[in-house]
Design a protein around this ligand. Structure first.
Ligand SMILES: *[C@@H]1O[C@H](CO)[C@@H](O)[C@H](O)[C@H]1NC(C)=O
Ligand SMILES: *[C@@H]1O[C@H](CO)[C@@H](O)[C@H](O)[C@H]1NC(C)=O
Ligand SMILES: *[C@@H]1O[C@H](CO)[C@@H](O)[C@H](O)[C@H]1NC(C)=O
Ligand SMILES: *[C@@H]1O[C@H](CO)[C@@H](O)[C@H](O)[C@H]1NC(C)=O
Ligand SMILES: *[C@@H]1O[C@H](CO)[C@@H](O)[C@H](O)[C@H]1NC(C)=O
Ligand SMILES: *[C@@H]1O[C@H](CO)[C@@H](O)[C@H](O)[C@H]1NC(C)=O
Ligand SMILES: *[C@@H]1O[C@H](CO)[C@@H](O)[C@H](O)[C@H]1NC(C)=O
Length: 489
């Protein structure tokens, strides 16, 4: 099983692995060797692809005391494992043991797995000078917080294939409080970084990890495809600025499922670039499914579409959504100058409690990157469906639906929707420049949405390619010395 090209750093792992296989190489024997820190035995996890080579952060001088910097260790580890990143290289997995691993941003590589032990915490350094400043995204033309560059993301990757970030619910902690206060008091020169950003990447699988206190957005796949985010917990104070959960941006074939998000901004925000920059790049976000999402976001949406949508957003499917104490459900945000479209959006089976409003569409969302936007670039919003929605404790209004004068939002369909208000309101629907049909909606919708239909709204019956990504059982083994005594050398 040991190949002749085994690198020296793995030599202490492999003899151990072989011994385990010889002496206890059955599933029955493995049950006596539970996958705990320091326990002898093989551990398993599931992912779309397994890796032939595993190394521990400790092999590269990592110290998990929460104070020592591990930036060099992470970078050396990924560089070492990148030797397996080519076609046929077998792929590499970096195992992050129990401990608190302080680090500055680092890059991942292809055919690579970042695996976090249940008690592993990757801590983003609060030393702002250690965060590299990188170019703005071409589809934004500038940073979102400030003109010019932006800080890199804590875990980054660009131009990769087949990247996995998983673990037994281990944690990545952005220690964002420093960033939030610097941002609020105008002390940052560049736009804040994210926790995880993968750019130009085909094949991303992020599962069973917890992300806390990001400086800004949590998961940002951009110009990428075939992305699965599954079983991820995202936590940030509900007053923290722009701590969006999962933001697919100019991405195709995305599956977000079984995630739990508490945050200060949208739980999921689908984007595709900003005004003239997004129009020039022209990459839509499309073929996206969000299912079994639970969201708590008092000042933002469960799923936002925009406001940056200048490459277009189409074919978004949301189902089995739960929200508690959230501002609105599926929100559309756009403005003249954005161009492009938001179309073919389908939501069904949403249970919402304690909402400010259920439906919200905004056609005059004002932020622009600069004055160079095209005032004739009018976005098209059409074919938006909502079915089987039960909202309780709605405390402001059922809906605020505001399209664009001269370019109404069309093809809105609602069926079997109840919005139970906390108190009787004279006007619970506020609508302008929208057109659509409804059936079985309580309280009765505004007149422009009272067109009648058969009682159901469309929802696609085909299966997306990203739904065909399946996982397999992978196993790995790291020497006891690398899983115990984290923090010693
Ligand atoms: C994630 O956790 C769930 C529940 O504990 C488990 O069924 C699933 O196999 C895990 N997935 C991965 C990729 O480890
Ligand atoms: C933390 O690290 C800094 C420098 O990296 C060092 O000066 C300091 O002594 C360390 N503190 C503790 C408690 O280890
Ligand atoms: C990370 O990758 C980017 C290019 O994608 C590169 O510019 C940057 O220098 C890399 N950072 C590190 C720390 O290697
Ligand atoms: C990454 O991929 C993009 C899109 O294919 C390409 O334009 C860019 O040059 C690539 N960057 C690198 C460093 O290979
Ligand atoms: C993962 O950890 C988070 C934070 O501690 C917790 O809320 C969540 O329930 C855990 N998920 C699982 C599947 O254990
Ligand atoms: C909107 O949906 C209708 C049927 O439901 C379809 O005929 C029409 O082509 C759709 N529009 C777009 C732009 O997809
Ligand atoms: C209306 O939606 C509720 C909640 O999803 C569901 O239980 C009920 O079966 C739906 N009614 C019809 C007629 O589809």
């Amino acid at each position: 099983m040991a190949s002749p090209q085994v690198p020296p750093l793995l030599l202490h792992v492999l003899p151990f692995l072989c011994a385990v296989l010889l002496l206890a190489g059955t599933a029955a024997a493995r049950r006596h060797a539970p996958p705990q820190a320091g326990a002898a035995g093989q551990s398993t996890y599931t992912a779309p692809s397994c890796r032939e080579h595993t190394a521990s952060l400790l092999d590269f001088g990592g110290v998990g005391d929460g104070n020592t910097s591990n930036t060099a260790a992470f970078r050396k580890a990924v560089e070492h494992l990148s030797q397996y990143s080519g076609e046929g290289g077998g792929g590499g997995m970096l195992y992050v043991p129990a401990g608190r691993w302080l680090t500055a941003p680092f890059n991942l590589t292809s055919h690579f797995t970042l695996f976090l032990h249940a008690d592993a915490v990757i801590l983003g350094t609060q030393d702002v000078t250690q965060w590299p400043v990188i170019d703005p995204l071409p589809s934004y033309g500038r940073g979102r917080d400030h003109a010019g560059g932006r800080y890199a993301s804590l875990v980054s990757g660009s131009n990769l294939t087949d990247v996995v970030i998983t673990g037994n619910n281990g944690t990545i902690d952005g220690q964002g409080a420093t960033w939030w206060s610097k941002y609020k008091s105008g002390k940052l020169k560049y736009t804040r970084g994210y926790l995880i950003e993968l750019m130009h990447t085909d094949g991303v699988f992020i599962s069973n990890v917890t992300l806390v206190n990001s400086p800004a957005w949590n998961i940002h796949p951009v110009y990428s495809r075939n992305i699965v985010v599954s079983g991820v917990t995202i936590l940030a104070p509900t007053k923290s600025p722009n701590t969006d959960g999962i933001n697919p941006d100019s991405c195709s074939q995305v599956r977000i499922e079984d995630c739990y998000v508490v945050s200060g901004d949208d739980c999921v925000a689908i984007k595709s670039g900003w005004d003239e920059y997004g129009i020039a790049v022209g990459m839509p976000s499309e073929h996206i499914v969000v299912r079994r999402l639970t969201c708590v976001s008092p000042t933002s949406a469960v799923i936002a579409l925009g406001s940056e949508m200048s490459g277009g957003i189409r074919d978004v499917r949301a189902e089995d959504i739960t929200a508690i104490g959230t501002e609105s459900a599926v929100r559309i945000k756009t403005a003249v100058g954005r161009g492009a479209y938001v179309r073919d959006v389908y939501a069904r089976r949403m249970r919402l409690d304690g909402m400010k409003r259920v439906f919200w569409m905004t056609g005059d969302y004002k932020s622009h990157p600069d004055d160079g936007y095209d005032k004739t670039a009018v976005p098209v919003v059409e074919n938006i469906s909502y079915q089987d929605v039960v909202a309780t404790g709605v405390w402001k209004e059922a809906a605020r639906m505001q399209g664009i004068q001269g370019a109404p939002f069309k093809g809105i369909c609602m069926a079997n929707v109840t919005a139970e208000m906390t108190k009787e309101r004279k006007v619970s629907w506020n609508c302008a420049d929208v057109e659509g049909v409804s059936a079985g909606v309580t309280p009765a919708p505004c007149a422009p949405l009272q067109g009648t239909h058969a009682g159901s709204c469309p929802f696609p019956t085909d299966t997306l390619a990203v739904d065909q990504i399946t996982v397999q059982q992978c196993s790995y083994s790291v020497a006891p010395a690398t899983t115990s005594m984290a923090g010693t050398k």
